[in-house]
Structures are given as structure tokens and as C-alpha cells.
Design a protein around this ligand. Sequence first.
Ligand code: F6P
Length: 546
Amino acid sequence: MAFPRCDRTLAWSALGGHLQAHGRDLNLRQLFADDPDRVRRLGIQAPEVFADLSRSHLDVATLHHLLDLARECGLAEQRDALMGGDVVNVTEGRAALHTALRAPRGQGPHSEQVHEALDRMLAFVEEVRQTAGGSMPGQISDVVNIGIGGSDLGPQMVVPALDAFVHPGLNFHFVSNADGQDLASVLRKVNPAHTLFVIASKTFTTQETMANAQTARQWFLDHGGQDIARHFVATTTNVKLAADFGITQTFGFWDWVGGRFSMWSAIGLPIALSLGSSNFLAMLAGAHAMDEHFAQAPLEQNLPTLLGLMDIWYRNFKGYTSRCVVPYHHGLRRLPAYLQQLVMESNGKGVDAQGGPLPFATSDVVWGEPGTNGQHAFFQMLHQGTDVIPVEFLLVKQASYRAPGSLTPAMRTLLNEQHHMLLANGLAQAQALMWGKSADEAMRESVPTASPDMAPEAIARHRTFPGNRPSLTLLLDEVTPRSLGALVALYEHRTFVSGALWGINSFDQWGVELGKALCKDLLPRLSSGDTSGLDAATAAMIARLR
Ligand code: F6P
């Protein structure tokens, strides 16, 4: 199937024309004034996630052209090819079937092998959980996941997000960095007799993971650990290399699961250990509900599609270079990091799937911190800086965390008030970004902290907010395994949509290879001091480091 790349369509030209005529000057105050129905029209309910796009820089005509673009680029057909198991990862000759991992038994491609592997993993999970926290040797209290990138970020994001559901007898640790400090700081806290190490690596060749795994094994043996087979398991597609390492208990998956799409597979083992089987299945079911929405909802109501289209409008027409993700839920503090890999490793490409150079911008920069913390750091720039950065607010109606012991009514009231405070902050930031504050409004305020040596007009200019800064609000009722599954699947499909329209392969990552290869060459030079054939800057730095 060949579909035109976005820049070779009529809709792309129409979007360019629309940008010149109106799109450059889209003004949120005006858009709301012109269309009293805007909030309703741009409120999209998808499974578990409600999205308010009314504060985005989209008007009716923009949406109309964007939907035309999706049609001209064959988005529905490309989506069906993805979910049907076509070889969409053309540079590696593979399908990208993360959706098959969450399809109910008997549905979707590879169902038999997916569910067989899932059953086996969940049986192990229940066995560990049954005695978790016990004091007999071999009973597990600490799970240490050693993996990096897609073999780390999913579990590392999900486990704290679902803290309220985590087995009370289990602690989870995530080690990823080549820097031994990462591992050392975890090993300080755990006891070999009660620790389960999960060596997570799709390839089982990743330098950092292999180094951490070796050091962890050494520590285990040095500290009286006896039964490697019981205390080390692997989650990998490379059973042979795991066995060579000495691991007999392996939970497998397949080459058609991309690293950054793998938390639904065996890579999700720490998630399953923390939540238990039924909650892990609920997370898969939430993701599947979003898959069905993506597969079936009409384009105009299809949330991943609308968000992916908005991303294209923002990046290629409005020229926004980054997006700031701010979850107002402390448990979701690793979501921005998770999304960084998902979006930037998938769509940070300069050529299309056939290798043709792209004449337009692709992935934006994804960054963020949880609210309210970010408000006391970078929000200054979001409000008054010279760049417009669309902000994504994630609000959660109902607080969800493990309460500290039994709660007195007074504590309950205080914690409820804190949750309201959290929500009010999120709402206020979206409001401030949109409305801003004019110089006249600023002039009318009395500002006791302003310097008396400065003219009131100058102070007013410092206190002016340009406003008209776009934001998106995603609302969950509660962070549960099901809703989190749906949310992550939403982001996966959104990323696929922009990638598909840009014509790129969102499922490879050749851009990580060069640094890896150079590192292999440099590593022995750090010991030997041999700098022959190196560029002057690297050679000089090696000399300093030695
Ligand atoms: O370096 C990038 C990458 O290949 C990611 O795509 C992947 O998620 C990560 O490394 C870890 O790879 P593996 O699971 O094979 O150890």
C-alpha cells in the first residue's frame, strides 16, 4: 500500500493557505467569543480519558483540513495495516504488533502464543506474590528491574503511578544507568535472600544492562546469595543469551514488539508483580479499549487521530518546537520521561520510510515535570517566555495513592483539601496561559513588592502575560490499571498518527547506533590511553580524564 506523504497532498497546501489567511493569528479569546459551542465540540470522550481541546490553537477550518489530510494519507488504511500485522517497520522487516499483546484471548494476531506467554508469566507472578514479604529465605521483598529505555521506562512509570495497587510486601527498584551509582544505591537497600532480579532486555546485548546484571550477580554471590536460578529471571526475546548468562527462568516475547511499546509484554513483569494478575489484565483491557476506539471511532471523534493531527499542525504550521507534559498526579512523575522515548525515538527522524529526505520538521521535544512542582520552576517561561510551548495538563478527579496507615477524619479532610488544591492549581495554570493579563490590567493592580524606583508602566510591562498560549487537558476519573492502560495506548496511537502522516517509520531507531559503536571503540582507549586516529577534542578529553 502506498499513500502520499503529507506534504504531497492537497490538504497540506490547503493548510498552508489557511495558515497565511487565518491560522497564524488564531486567538483563543476570539475563538471562544466566536463559538459558544467550542467547549462541547472540542470535548472528546475516549475510553477512560476525556480530552478538552478547546484551548488548543485549532479552529473549525484547521480541523477540516487536518481531517482531509488524514484521509488523503490513508490514515485508516495505515492504522489497519499496523493492527493487522503488516510489516510496517520496513527497515527491519517486522510488524509492530503491540496491540496484539492486549487483545482478549482468541482475538488479534498471534493470540495463542501471546496468551500462553501471559499465562506463564502470571502464574509466576502469583507464586511470588503469595509469599511476598515473608521472612523465609527465597520469599521476595524486593524486585530489582535491570533494564534501560523501553525495558525500563514503562515499569518505572507504571509502578509508582499505581502505588495504591502495589503489593504491600514488595518494594520495587529500577536500575538502568551505566553509572554504577544507580545500582549501588539499590544494592545498599536490599538483602540477597529476599531479592528478585529481573534482567530486562529485548536483545540481551545492551551494554548498560549487561554490565549492571553482571555486577548485580557478583554482589549476590559475594553476599551469600546461593540460588541464581531462583533470584535472577530474564525478560527477553533472546533466550539463548539469557541462558549463557546463567538464567534459566526466562519470560519471552517477540521481535514484533518494539522496545518502547513493550510494557504490555514480559517486559511488564515488574508491573504484574506489583499489581497482581487481575490488575495487570485490567491494564491490558484498558489499552485494548483504546485500541478499539482508535480502530473504530470516526476520524472526527477519534482521540488519538485528533491529537496526532494537532501535533502536525503545531509542528509543521504553527512552528511549535516542543510540548510540555504536566501530570497533576505525583504518581505519574515519570510519564514525561516515558513519553520522551515513545515520541522522540519513534518520530525523531529525518528521512521517510523509503529513505527519502524529509523537507519538513518531525518530532517535537517532549518534556515536563509533575504539577505543581513545575509551576515553581519552568512555568515562568511558559507564561512569559518568547517561545510558545503547548502544555498538556493531566488532571485526575479522584486522588489515588496509598494512605499513610489508618486515616483519622482530620487527616482525611486535609488530604482531600490537598487534592482540591492540586486540581485548582492545574485549572488556574491553563486559565492563565489562555487569558494572560494585559498591560492595562497590570497597571490597575497595586503591587506592594514592586520597587518604588521603577516607573509603574515598566513594572506593569513586567507583570503582563501575553496569554493565547495553547493547552490540552486530559482528564481521568482515577488512575487505575485500566485507565492508565488506556492513557498509554492513547499516546502510542497518537505518536503513530503523526509518524504515519509524515511518512516515516516510527518503529526503528537507527539514530541510537552511531554513539553505541563509537563507545565500543573508546572504551578500551580510556584504559590504554591510545588516542591515535581520534579527533582532537576527543583525544584531549581522554588525556584529561586519565
Ligand atoms: O538504545 C535504544 C534501545 O534500543 C531502545 O529502543 C530500547 O528500548 C533500549 O535500547 C533497550 O534495548 P534492550 O531492551 O534490547 O536492552
